[in-house]
Design a protein around this ligand. Structure first.
Ligand code: AMP
Length: 280
């Protein structure tokens, strides 16, 4: 089984974001860019599945400007076998990305697609769900644990939901209509049908970042080795995907500044403020 992992190049999570003076977007020139942290976790999971002997190849895929090559080289240094760069210089939105990823799935035929839960630049949290929809594949979003059965036909995914952990058991390739279970049920058993295909979104956010895995650092020898691993270059046109969007960014602004807090001298004062100012 091949595993395809979508890795996005984003502003490094530690960089303080600055809005451009003309409010058309955020400043990206001379800003440190990195692999989206959620995608690092997705890639780490793919590598662990391969190391456990359940996958034959891990392919890292990135869509975006020429500099995505750096993100892909990081992925190759972490351990991906090869990479695909779909070059597009302009702004891309989740549906376009999902269409491109679907086209790549049609060519590469992976058994498993792993994506980050969300990209930390736009926080969309849409691409995984959209690609599963386009492919009509089952998906497990916000996964904190992924277990594949012995012949990769069935997956069990623990997902973190507001009320705790939800287990999607025995996720198989099913007809899409029967697939609406995910929203309704906590434990789901599906009938086994031929080869398992699962689109999966890994769980990662500030409070749960270590629950699926801890991504590895690329070692120096692996960084050197990555230089000779293949990166295929394509364009959306090569994949017959037309990039268009109904979305238009009207203006990007900083969030309003928070007012400074006050230190109260007593509980009585707090109760008074809650009652008379906050009207709790
Ligand atoms: P989003 O829906 O934008 O929050 O992104 C969710 C996930 O989709 C990311 O963590 C990536 O795995 C994947 N993704 C989004 N945009 C791209 C891109 N330009 N290239 C590769 N993968 C992407």
């Amino acid at each position: 089984m091949k595993i395809m992992v979508a890795v996005k190049r984003v502003i490094d999570y530690a960089v303080k974001i600055r809005v451009k003076p003309d409010k058309s977007g955020v400043e990206t020139s001379n800003v440190k860019m990195s692999m989206n942290p959620f995608c690092e976790i997705a890639l780490e999971e793919a590598l662990r599945i391969k190391e456990s002997g359940r996958a034959s190849e891990v392919i890292a895929v990135s869509v975006g400007p020429a500099q995505c090559i750096d993100t892909l080289r990081t992925g190759l240094a972490m351990g991906a076998d090869r990479a695909i760069h779909v070059e597009f210089p302009g702004t891309l939105y989740p549906l376009s990305i999902a269409k491109i990823l679907k086209a790549l799935v049609d060519v590469e035929k992976p058994g498993l697609v792993l994506l980050g839960k969300q990209a930390v630049d736009d926080d969309c949290n849409q691409t995984g769900q959209m690609i599963a929809g386009l492919l009509k594949w089952p998906q497990g979003t916000f996964a904190s644990k992924v277990v594949l059965d012995d012949d990769n036909k069935v997956a069990t995914v623990d997902r973190e939901v507001d009320g705790g952990l939800e287990t999607l058991a025995e996720i198989n390739q099913v007809e899409w209509e029967k697939d609406m279970w995910m929203l309704k049920s906590t434990v789901v058993k599906m009938k086994n049908r031929q080869v398992q295909l699962l689109a999966l979104n890994d769980q990662y956010n500030a409070s749960t970042d270590l629950r699926l895995n801890q991504p590895r650092y690329a070692t120096l020898p692996n960084i050197m080795k990555a230089k000779s691993k293949p990166i295929k270059k394509l364009t959306p046109q090569d994949l017959n995907v037309e990039i268009k969007s109904d979305l238009e960014i009207v203006q990007v602004t900083d969030p309003p500044k928070r007012k400074a807090g006050v230190i109260l001298s007593s509980v009585d004062e707090l109760i008074d403020k809650l009652k008379n100012e906050a009207r709790v």
